[in-house]
Ligand binder design. Structure first.
Ligand SMILES: *Cc1c(COP(=O)(O)O)cnc(C)c1O
Length: 364
């Protein structure tokens, strides 16, 4: 049996008629950029997340970067985030010229609120929690800390579309919520895409301009912005897929629960709190012989990944910040032992059982 890490083609095949029909309609109309589909998606997505506004952008990285710019964060400012994310989280902070300040994570891979307090200085302007693996960070504590210090919270919700915490959806906690529509995310388009949620009108107005050269109308440019828009065809695909997202996420959770139940005695599995509903964008186990296990599974036709093997503070790009091995023991230890198992809505039960049985047979 073969179990690939993802199978994007299967999802397309299930939605083929709907997507091809839209593609034809938009192509005949010649409607490609900032039109009705984007508007419709922004309305649908804001409603889905429980926020007043949503703004489509070119990708999730720009969503983060634009959020920082909207808050006037730049040179001389500090932003606190976790060291165990995809490059883009750290990049967005470096990109606006602010100083990256990392703090370690908890056993659930999310930023440790207690350590945030110790990292706050008079220069701290924002905290950027990352809802890693599709599990929302401890937002009650984080929002509290931010309020007490009068700093802002920008959610990196790229992995958490549809996840909830105490009844609230990802993207509805911070001043903005930043999402990616990259093909590997639970809600994805057929290329790059991103979306930002917010409740604040002034931020919404700014974000609508910055994604489109800083133009306030066709001819008048208020400030130098970017060309980073969500394309109409991608927005149309996102509109179609958004109607399926809850049932897909439900299937992710079902597979995750099956994995956890079957594997808990043999490997470290993720644990859910009763007040949250993670979406399991990634299902991550830990094993002291991670590399050997990965190879063993590969030889059985099962593809796994490590998200992520090199923490951000140890990347060459982060050298000038002066961090070293040993600074964030939890994130560093996790980077050595984590392994992401295949998980996607179209995965068959036999494939799930095959992964389980293969892991169980490792070293037996
Ligand atoms: C995917 C991802 C991003 C970046 O999104 P892109 O659309 O690829 O730019 C940012 N943060 C996290 C945590 C991600 O997983």
């Amino acid at each position: 049996m073969k179990v690939p890490f993802v199978n994007l083609g299967l999802q397309f095949q299930n939605l083929r008629d709907e997507i091809m029909c839209k593609f034809e309609e938009l192509s005949i109309k010649g409607s490609y950029i900032l039109n009705a589909e984007v508007q419709e998606f922004e309305k649908n997505f804001a409603e889905y997340c429980g926020t007043r506004y949503a703004i489509g952008v070119g990708n999730g990285s720009d969503a983060l970067s634009f959020s920082l710019l909207a808050l006037g964060i730049g040179k001389g400012d500090e932003v606190i985030t976790a060291p165990n994310s995809f490059i883009a989280s750290a990049w967005s902070i470096a990109n606006v010229g602010a100083k990256l300040v990392f703090v370690d994570v908890c056993t659930d891979y999310n930023i440790d609120p207690d350590q945030i307090k110790g990292a706050i200085t008079p220069k701290t302007k924002a905290i950027m929690p990352i809802h890693l693996t599709g599990r929302i960070a401890d937002m009650d504590s984080i929002i509290n800390i931010a309020r007490n210090h009068q700093i802002q919270v920008i959610e990196d919700a790229a992995q958490a579309v549809g996840a909830s915490y105490k009844g609230k959806k990802a993207g509805s906690f911070g001043v903005t919520g930043c999402f990616s529509l990259h093909p590997l995310k639970n809600l994805h388009v057929h290329g790059d895409g991103g979306v930002i949620t917010t409740d604040e009108k002034s931020i919404y107005e700014y974000l609508k301009k910055i994604r489109n050269h800083g133009l306030k109308n066709r001819d008048e440019c208020e400030f130098w912005g970017y060309n980073s828009r969500l394309d109409e065809i991608h927005a149309a695909i996102a509109n179609i897929k958004l109607t399926h997202l809850d049932s897909w996420n439900q299937r992710f959770r079902q597979i995750a629960n099956r994995y956890s139940k079957a594997l808990a005695s043999q490997v470290t599995v993720p644990i859910d709190f009763e007040y949250e509903n993670p979406i399991y964008h990634r299902y991550i186990i830990q094993h002291p012989k991670r590399d050997a296990l990965s190879k063993y599974l590969y030889n059985k036709g099962i593809e796994t990944k490590v998200n992520y093997p090199i923490p951000l503070h140890l990347q060459e790009a982060a050298k000038s910040l002066g961090y070293k091995l040993g600074d964030f023991p939890m994130a560093e230890q996790q980077a050595q032992t984590i392994l992401s198992l295949p998980i996607y809505a179209e995965m068959k039960n036999q494939q799930v059982e095959y992964v389980i049985n293969s892991i169980r047979s490792f070293e037996n």
